[in-house]
Design a protein around this ligand. Sequence first.
Ligand code: FAD
Length: 390
Amino acid sequence: MARDYAADILDPLARDVVNNVGVWVEKEVRPNASEFEHADAFPEPLLKGMSDMGLFGIKIPEQYGGLDLTFECYAGVCMELARGWMSLAGIINTHVLVGYAINEYGTAEQKQYYLPKLVEPEMRCALSITEPDAGSDAQAIKTTARRDGDDYIINGQKMWVTNGHRAGVYLVMTKTDPAAQPRHKGITAFLVPHDTPGFVKGKKFDKLGYKGVETTELSFEDARVPASAVLGGSEGSGFQHIMSALEVGRINVAARGVGVAQAAFDDAIRYAQKREAFGKPIFEHQAQQLRLAEMATKIRAARLLTFDAARKKDAGERSDLDAGMAKLFSTEIAQEVVLDSMRIHGGVAYGKELPLERYYRDAPLMIIAEGTSDIQKIVIARSLVRDYPV
Ligand SMILES: Cc1cc2nc3c(=O)[nH]c(=O)nc-3n(C[C@H](O)[C@H](O)[C@H](O)COP(=O)(O)OP(=O)(O)OC[C@H]3O[C@@H](n4cnc5c(N)ncnc54)[C@H](O)[C@@H]3O)c2cc1C
């Protein structure tokens, strides 16, 4: 019997959706991912498939044309996409995250204007926080937005923007009050349309993995946007809005870790039963059984942590602790599981014919992007200490 990757999902509707995505991944993604990946080609046909399944509107309310499904379902979908090709779950990440921010914090006009468009394939979203001198320390950004009559003028440089060339709208973190203390009170987020004059799309980074999706530089050279582009309408809440949306991003990246680890494990356990050494399948050597058992246990723990974080978000609870733990654990074990899968494959793992080499190049991204493992540990510790007043 085929493995049921949706077995841990509690909600029957979500289980069906995830199973359907899994069927599509087997049919359309796994056979084609390597070709798209090695060409670093944007996977337009696969994006169409995702769009046809409504995945770009997965978290958008029905009144705007979206599927309005749960975070549990979203996590399961991202696991399945990443089991096929991690980049697909990356392309949808900033899109869903920005849609979430608009739906949670946007003005009525912003919701009315953007949300129906985000369901459609023609408008994708990007999130732009990182700068040449500010990554983990996001409050150190230097991009400014200065009020000028009914407009704001944005100036600054951004880096590592996923969907950076193809997005229709960018959620951009700026400083409207660079002198504010605490620093986050001077941070404001803007919804910047792609064709804003003075908004320049820069070079695309040549990456180790995470191919197909473009990650780029952006710059703002006296880019003028109306005051109505401020997310939520008022200055000073941008940091809080974006940090809340990053919880959604961390669930996505945790799920990506699970998906990549699962793919590496699936390949390993099949290979171990076929490949023989010393007169028997290598699976029969106990050392390989122990390795596979550890890999599977890690993946299961990562899966359950990720669903737990997603369910907390579904319940409307604060989920920085849970999303941080899920992201930290899932992405670290993805690294380990991929390397263990390579050990099981032996020499053939080092060739480029197997998708394993892609998993090996994709895994490190997940321990860096959306907050490094060190930053997750800081978020976790700060959250835990709240429960231990002395
Ligand atoms: C492929 C890719 C796609 C990306 N997509 C996006 C995107 O779409 N939008 C976006 O805004 N950004 C994006 N990023 C940026 C990403 O989020 C940052 O790279 C990440 O947050 C780390 O920031 P940094 O690279 O500046 O590293 P740094 O902040 O310079 O960190 C370097 C090292 O110092 C450690 N460190 C930093 N502070 C502390 C501390 N307080 N305690 C202990 N250790 C610390 C870090 O853990 C890390 O090990 C992307 C990055 C990549 C590689």
